[in-house]
Design a protein around this ligand. Structure first.
Ligand code: KG4
Ligand code: ZN
Length: 338
């Protein structure tokens, strides 16, 4: 097969990333995570765009070097158009446009949420790709959706959060517990040593395929306030049990919705994507469902769960092979829909 090197660029939030793909195979996948936000307890948009400006050239150079190619070997450049933070998206968009123009090669815009789903089509010796149609649960810091994927670019959102995203529920609860940002991975870490039945949190009630997480965050806040009034060391003494119980509730809630979606559509091929799919609880629950419910489940490799450019390059390749090219005057869209 002829070489077809495509560069992917991702800058929608607080990770500056670049990757090179060649016929479905990832040759390099470089991510510069911005540490600056930790001290603020969340992403500061102004600081994020400034850090993208600093990181983008070295990150792209490193991706080309690791892939062992020259920029002149590239066939196209794919970039995240949205959804995301406008200031962050603009850095990747302008950089990609300029490079595509300088090299006189096609520019391809990519929807970040579609990319989290289509990351499952990256060729990997250990993993197979789902056949169509399949259901995708996209769980990240900005989104929580159940998507019916009929074909690469034929996707239908059949359920979503009515308020916060599940990643926010993890991060905001972690903040209440005094943990640094992003708290999701830390809750996961502490949960491994705790008892998931130690404390009970109520699962919010909304439509069968929809989600709500703002109530859960408030419930955690009141619970912690109540308990620390009785025992000031409550959080430190019970960290593992609190995290395990919280994670158990969230995972159980996500699984309830997936089961409803599977029942409603008759589809048993289930994929997950987005940063929260790195969570060990949801991974275990899906593996259990594979045996108990006869589901075929698709769980991405860790490096393709959180924000990365390999998934952007993958979508770029799929679009490139249909001869798609974006207009050179295309711009970033913060609230980009499917
Ligand atoms: O997809 P992503 O990297 O960025 C967005 O597009 O939002 O997702 C980031 C989110 C954060 O909320 C982070 O806390 C969460 O994914 N996350 C986790 C885990 N790893 C990342 N949440 C729970 N458990 C994890 N292991
Ligand atoms: Zn993401």
């Amino acid at each position: 097969m002829q070489n077809c090197y495509i560069l992917g660029i991702e800058s929608s939030c607080d990770d500056t990333a670049a990757a090179v793909i060649n016929n479905g195979q990832i040759l390099s996948n470089v991510v510069a995570t911005q540490k600056i936000h930790e001290e603020y307890g969340g992403v500061v948009p102004e600081l994020a765009s400034r850090a993208h400006q600093q990181n983008i050239v070295p990150v792209v150079s490193q991706a080309l070097r690791k892939a062992n190619i020259d920029k002149k070997d590239l066939k196209a450049i794919a970039f995240t158009r949205g959804p995301g933070l406008m200031g962050s998206l603009l850095v990747g968009t302008s950089f990609s446009k300029s490079l595509a123009m300088a090299l006189d090669i096609p520019l391809i815009d990519v929807n970040h949420m579609q990319a989290h789903i289509l990351a499952h089509f990256i060729k990997d010796e250990d993993k197979s790709s789902p056949e169509f149609p399949f259901l995708a649960l996209t769980i990240s810091g900005g989104h929580t959706q159940i998507v019916k994927v009929n074909h690469y670019f034929e996707m239908e959102i059949i359920g979503e959060t009515i308020d916060d995203a599940v990643g926010e529920a993890f991060d905001k609860s972690a903040k209440i517990l005094g943990l640094p940002y992003p708290g999701g991975p830390l809750i996961d870490k502490y949960a491994k040593e705790g008892n998931p039945k130690a404390f009970k949190f109520t699962k919010p009630k909304v439509g069968p395929l929809d989600f709500s997480f703002s109530g859960l965050k408030t419930a955690v806040l009141y619970f912690i306030e109540r308990e620390t009034a009785k025992n000031p060391n409550f959080v430190t003494e019970n960290m593992a049990d609190i995290c395990a119980s919280l994670q158990f509730t969230i995972v159980d809630y996500l699984m309830d919705k997936l089961k409803n979606a599977s029942k409603q559509t008759g589809i048993t091929r289930i994929a997950i994507g987005g940063g929260v799919s790195a969570n060990s609880g949801i991974r275990e629950a899906l593996q259990k469902a594979e045996k108990e419910l006869n589901w075929e489940t698709y769980i991405p490799k860790f490096e393709y769960c959180t924000d990365n450019a390999a998934m952007i390059a993958m979508v770029g390749e799929l679009k490139y092979k249909t001869n798609y090219t974006a207009d050179k005057d295309i711009s970033a869209v913060a609230r980009l829909k499917f």
